[in-house]
Design a protein around this ligand. Sequence first.
Ligand SMILES: [Zn+2]
Length: 703
Amino acid sequence: MKKLIIFFYIIVISFSNIWAMDNPFLNKYDTEFEIPPFSKINNNHFMPAFLMGIDEHNKEIASIINNLDKPSFENVIIALEKSGTLLDRTGAVFFNLSGSTSDEEIQNIEKEISPILSEHYDSISLNPEIFQKIKYLWDNADDLSLSSEERKILEEKYKNFIRNGALLEGPEKERYSSINQEISKLSVKFSQNLLAETNNFEIILTKDDLDGLPDDIVILAKEEADKKYKETKDKDYKNKYIFTPHRSSMYPFLTYSKRRDLREKLYKGYINRGDNNNEFDNKEITAKISSLRVERANLLNFETHAHYVLDNTMAKTPEAVYELLDQLWQPALLRANKELEDLQSLVNKEGGNFKIASWDWWYYSEKLREEKYDLNDEELKEFFTLNNTIDGIFKTANKLFGLSFEERFDIELYHEDARVWEVKDRDGSHLGIYIGDYYTRASKRGGAWMSSFKDQSNFDGRERPIVVNVCNFPPPSNDKPSLLNLEHVTTLFHEFGHALHGLVTNTEYSSLSGTSVSRDFVEFPSQVLEHWAVEPELLKLYAKHYKTGEPIGDELIFKMQNASKFNQGFANVEYLAASYLDMDWHSLRTNEIQNTVEFENNSLKKIGLIDEIVSRYRTTYFQHIYSSSYSAGYYSYIWAAVLDSDAFARFKNTGEIFNKDLADKYRKFILEKGGTEDPMELYRSFAGSNPEISALLSDRGLE
Ligand SMILES: [Zn+2]
């Protein structure tokens, strides 16, 4: 028996040696800028690298614990900062790919590894011996002669330990850990259900069903059907047109299709995702997650999950969030009701004998916009190719901060659609790497986001970041380049604002670098950039017609500006309703499981949401709060909007949208500082005074 065990042991050792030899994660990447060597990475590398990463991390943690020297900043905090590199390296690639190029294998690995990782990180954040060392440092912080950033990182680590249950003991500690694992599993299931529900629904149309749709949209729908026909050989797809609940397919259809019955069918397909009482139903999952979150908050002595989450944000309390939402809700609803009246009169004028429903809003508001502002989305789109718009974001960064971008074609990435630029600072020095992965595809999550493959830090040598923007823009069709509508354009500026935060950052420690700031502050650098997107001075530089190269004319810019406040009642109501829904789910004081639909209905009825507008997210597909980290945080966008409107108004007030003095301050106090100081303090250092709500109300026409 003993022999057999030894024999097995040898086999395992030699297998792990084989893994070690060709597993790219095991060593620091030997590539330019340390970009992951994607062509050498395959799905078989993830699991072994994760497991070895956990093992290595455990050893590093053990050596911090077993160090008998008196705790010091060096032997505790810096040692922690340096630990877990293999795990970080593996996770950075894996979780980027699971968002942007997922497949069944990746989904299975994610299902398997998520609870293991959650347990592993809990074992550190709940480790009483590490906590004792940090507590010792925190209690003696005044005697350690720390820099302000070092003090901040110590404070963050100390508070994080407490927030992660460091003070829990015995059964409470066990329960805390099992709640985390359960939530993590449920979140993975939630996203996978949502992806399935989004991919499984489609409407298959014939030529006769396409009334009102512009050519390029028809072409994409045809290509989608052709692809499906090729894949499945199913005759139902032959010479047909497909529309799906992916937003890039659905919104154009809702905007232009004259077929009210089909608009209804597609929109219902979209809003019922996760609520179809099938194997992909998300009702119980979301109710269960919310319930587990209350229980966890209570274990940590917080009244609700919202109290727990908001404790370390700029808003600080649920009351402060509801106060801001309440200030905005009535003006927004009032305006939405006026918009609804306008839409209804348009229907009546056309002799339509029906009441506007939620699936009509896009179609009639587009008509009204064309009538009122003579602004046609399709005409406008011709000035915003993806390439022009990329030129626009780069010019903004250049004029504000002196950055330059050089596209590289000799670096291999994870997908043929992804592109990469080297970013250089004003003095020509290397600042970081920017990757853009812009086109929509079935293996990609919906929405748009910024993420990183490598973070910035200075404490252990100058490490510059690798950041990525992932979007869901329409790919080029056979005869046209990728053309963006205004929402896409602002999305690209938005995500690029996050990317700049991640690229320009200049902190000692990566755990406080770039976008590692409180969540209601993190959207400020992204949203503020959206203001530049539509400024005439910049538009003239980047918005050029895709056929003629003519810059966009004054007349069209004038129309765009007039139209910018159009439909803001709808947009704000849709957004605020989802913010209330999020806050309500997470202000529950009991962990009794709720009936999801009933809860949602009550929540929206309470604020008086009208039937003609559906909350921007319904519970069963509210990814931000159930599979991303925005629970009790969806309000953050409007919280940050107070800051971005105020900040941009300050640029405008100088008479120069690229004002050098303000841009320098913005770079120094906002972009470079990451999370090293209190956000309100940083804002005041940049702006010279507190932010005010008036600029936001005026921007959105809600005065
Ligand atoms: Zn954002």
